[in-house]
Design a protein around this ligand. Structure first.
Ligand code: PLP
Length: 444
């Protein structure tokens, strides 16, 4: 049964006058590196609804880049944050103890895929989780080289951005970056150099690591780790074929290379399981999480097997990492994700994927649809035979949807990513699909 909802509702074409004032001020004083997708000036949010300063209400299908996992202002998360804030805002978990930090580390260690005992390092962000992992894998193996994938996104601090390979602008002018980082092709079936036109994946992209990289350039025994996103996020919501991650694990094991799964975007219930690795039965040596973990409060984590957690007291740390208020938000988020939201993500994800596939039958501009849970990508092309990317279509679609009250975001070269908060229901999901459908009709 449909209920009457007060969103999406555009009362004044955005940006309205109040939004324009903020955009003007921001344009003058914020650093020039920010991209700003469209002039959305947020004043509040509730569930999957975001309201701007002029009273426009939007349906959110990007969750502040897959962060607002429990929606905006979930009462249980807000209550946990308030309670923790009233007790103490900070004490520095690197030097002292508190209940929230111990509890969250135990919780994440137990939740991480696989049966090995884990230990947890808490951070403020995804990129800091990547930095921690870069340091730990080198420390644990005594090796320096790192393998990462084309299209990968692991963060923007200098170490992490060296592993990132999604847009050259993220590297331009910042070099020299971390040495001894080697990028190899990802299992991007739709555009794979080895098997894009084949009926099945032939693992050409894994073979090439041994046949080419290890044979000619890099001794595998110098490699500390392979960093992989089990589902590539910024790179375009790319899901590797079944068995690929297991084959990658086997490759690592042949040479004593550690496997780091960056689940900063794919983790915390978004794919219908707590971590995307679980769909493939993969136990990484290190798992990275952040984005959805704190429902918006800044917190991330590196969860490592105890057997490789070799670094001594004082070798790494953080003043703010694992802030008590953020720990409380994360614990409340995990409660919600485990008790309903993960199941909802799986169920709504099926409906969303089916809806996206329907859109593909109607709109020839959509060349590929892929998804797991509430992580769904629609790749746009100029022509389905040539598969030529159509980035300008994605850009126009996103702008148009914004003006009609739907918040979207692109990913990769020409993919639309659908990543609503995990609290999304059927009605809002169908509304979003209808809006995308009608925007595409207008664009065609
Ligand atoms: C967003 C993201 C990061 C970086 O997280 P920040 O909190 O922006 O530093 C790292 N890895 C993946 C897979 C991400 O999606």
């Amino acid at each position: 049964m449909k209920t009457v909802r007060d969103y999406p509702s555009i009362v004044i074409p955005p940006p309205g006058p109040k939004a324009q004032a903020v955009v003007r001020q921001d344009a003058q004083w914020t650093s020039t590196c920010y991209t700003k997708e469209y002039p959305l000036v947020v004043s509040r949010g509730s569930g999957v609804m975001v309201e701007d300063v002029d009273g426009n209400r939007y349906l959110d299908f990007m969750a502040g880049i897959a962060v607002s996992s429990t929606g905006y202002g979930h009462p249980k998360v807000v209550a946990a944050v308030k309670k923790a804030a009233e007790r103490f805002l900070h004490i520095c978990g690197s030097d002292f103890y508190y209940e929230g930090m111990a509890a969250l580390c135990e919780r994440l260690a137990r939740l991480a895929p696989g049966s090995s005992k884990k230990r947890v390092f808490l951070t403020n962000s995804g990129t800091e989780a990547t930095e921690a992992a870069i340091k730990l894998v080198r420390h644990a193996t005594g090796r320096t080289a790192i393998i990462a994938f084309r299209g990968a996104f692991h963060g923007r601090t200098t170490g992490a951005v060296s592993l990132t390979s999604s847009k050259s602008r993220q590297h331009a002018g910042f070099g020299p970056l971390l040495p001894d980082v080697h990028h190899v092709p990802f299992a991007y079936r739709y555009r794979c150099a080895f098997c894009a036109r084949e009926p099945a994946c032939n693992r050409g992209c894994i073979d090439v690591i041994e046949r080419d990289l290890f044979a000619r350039h890099l001794d595998p025994h110098d490699v500390a780790a392979v960093f992989v996103e089990p589902i590539q996020g910024e790179g375009g919501y790319i899901i590797p074929p079944p068995g690929y991650l297991a084959d990658l694990r086997a490759l690592c094991d042949r040479y004593g290379i550690l496997l780091v799964a960056d689940e900063v975007q794919s983790g915390i219930g978004r794919t219908g399981r707590m971590f995307a690795c679980e769909h493939e039965g993969l136990e990484p040596d290190i798992l990275l999480t952040a984005k959805g973990l704190g429902s918006g409060m800044p917190i991330g984590a590196m969860v490592a097997k105890e057997s490789i957690t070799s670094w001594e007291a004082g070798s790494h740390g953080s003043t703010f990492g694992g802030n008590p208020v953020c720990c409380a938000a994360a614990l409340a988020t995990l409660d919600l994700v485990e008790n309903g939201l993960m199941a909802n993500a799986a169920q709504m994800g099926e409906r969303l994927l089916a809806g996206a596939c329907r859109l593909m039958t109607e709109h020839p501009l959509i060349g590929d649809v892929r998804g797991r849970g509430l992580m769904v990508g629609l790749e746009f092309v100029k022509n389905r035979d040539t598969r030529e990317p159509a980035p300008e279509i994605v850009r126009s679609l996103i702008q148009q949807a914004f003006r009609r009250g739907l918040l979207l975001l692109g990913a990769g070269q020409s993919t639309l990513r659908l990543a609503p908060p995990l609290v999304i229901d059927e009605q809002d999901l169908d509304t979003a699909l209808e809006l995308i459908d009608s925007c595409l009709d207008e664009l065609a």
